[in-house]
Design a protein around this ligand. Structure first.
Ligand SMILES: [Fe+2]
Ligand SMILES: [Fe+2]
Length: 372
């Protein structure tokens, strides 16, 4: 078997374990499965290579032993970015590595729990590659480290796959992981008391819809929780918010990422995303009608303008109104190919101007109190 074929499963399990570690506790099956496999294969390879397996993280490349993997390989770019965020350019793992130490490393890289990595390591060493000698491996433990990435940064990686799988596979799409993300959002909001506007800001230019969906989900969960609704209802609303733009997965990327203003034909196509998304979600068993409703209604304004044209006399569902506010706020705060991101005060000013017309006033007031 070629070296790349041996090392790719190791990288894949490393990526999966780290992603899972950002969302689940240590004992969860989604962490355990890839981690146990990773531990076994790392030990085997370290033994085969004379006692230690080395990985290098350089820009968008990962080198295992001496074999390079590029960012285009599944998850490799994201793993390299995550290592860079922890100040890790090189890792060496000894063949006697234990499962607990492997797990500790995975959680450390995931940014969950231990943050500075300075407690002694037995079989794992990592750090920066020093300038003049690329082969030199720093002493055991970590050198200078950047702040831990937020818990939700990992949720973004998972969400990317979830949105894609739901859009492509339809009824078989992985909704369960979407629910897990909402649970992580709820947990994060409960435990961290972070200010809404400081929370994640995952303003990733390539994955706009992914980062945006997660931001909107966080802001809608916070609004819904503030209303004193039951956990189960907040979770349903959160899932609906997370999936509100799923229809964009069905619109061409060329239009979505067009730098510059859309012409009327392109705008007509993108305006179909609520209907496309709702039609798609209706085929799935989601355990609640809310995702279909919110998906369909999130561009209908409080005064019933917007799109699609409402067919019934009742106003949009409260979950849609909350999503609509968070949706506009996040869109204004985020860089787009056709305009810079707006600062917080300017974005809030635009929301205030739409009070009672574009936005339902009671929900808007609550949202402003929450963000200000
Ligand atoms: Fe939308
Ligand atoms: Fe949106």
């Amino acid at each position: 078997m070629k070296a790349q074929e041996v090392f790719l499963p190791i990288l894949t399990d490393l990526v999966r374990s780290i992603q899972a570690a950002t969302l689940y506790p240590e004992t969860h099956q989604r962490v355990q499965e890839p981690l146990v496999r990773l531990h076994r294969s790392v030990k085997n390879e370290a033994k085969r290579l004379g006692g230690s397996l080395s990985l290098g993280f350089l820009g968008d490349r990962i080198v295992v032993d001496q074999f390079p993997f590029h960012a285009s390989t599944l998850g490799v770019g994201r793993l390299a970015g995550r290592m860079a965020a922890r100040g890790i350019e090189k890792v060496a793992i000894g063949e006697a590595v234990t499962l607990p130490e492997m797990k500790r490393f995975v959680y450390f890289v995931a940014g969950v729990g231990e943050t500075d990595g300075s407690r002694p390591w037995k079989q794992i060493s990592f750090g920066r590659i020093r300038g003049d000698d690329p082969e030199e491996l720093p002493a055991l433990g970590a050198g200078e480290l950047l702040p831990a990435p937020h818990l939700l940064a990992g949720a973004k990686d998972v969400l990317k796959d979830v949105l894609h799988s739901i859009a492509v596979k339809g009824p078989l799409g992985n909704v369960e992981e979407g629910r897990d993300i909402v649970a992580a959002v709820m947990k994060g909001l409960r435990e961290e008391e972070f200010l809404i506007d400081r929370m994640i800001r995952l303003q990733d230019r390539d994955d706009y819809t992914v980062a945006h969906s997660l931001n909107v989900c966080v802001m809608v969960v916070a609004q819904a929780a503030g209303l004193g609704l039951s956990e189960a209802t907040v979770r349903d609303i959160g899932l609906a918010a997370l999936l509100h733009d799923i229809g964009k997965e069905l619109v061409s990327a060329e239009i979505l990422n067009k730098p510059g203003k859309l012409d009327s034909g392109e705008f007509a196509k993108i305006s179909l995303h609520p209907v496309l998304g709702a039609t798609h979600l209706r085929k799935m068993s989601l355990g609640s009608d809310l995702p279909v409703i919110v998906c369909y209604e999130h561009h209908i304004r409080h005064d019933r303008s917007g799109y699609p044209t409402p067919r019934f006399p009742d106003g949009p569902h409260p979950a849609s109104l909350m999503t609509q506010i968070a949706d506009v706020y996040d869109a204004l705060r985020t860089y787009r190919p056709y305009r810079a991101s707006l600062d917080r005060e300017t974005a809030l000013g635009i929301l205030r101007e739409g009070r009672g017309t574009e936005f339902e006033p009671v929900f808007l007031d609550r949202f402003l109190r929450m963000v200000c």
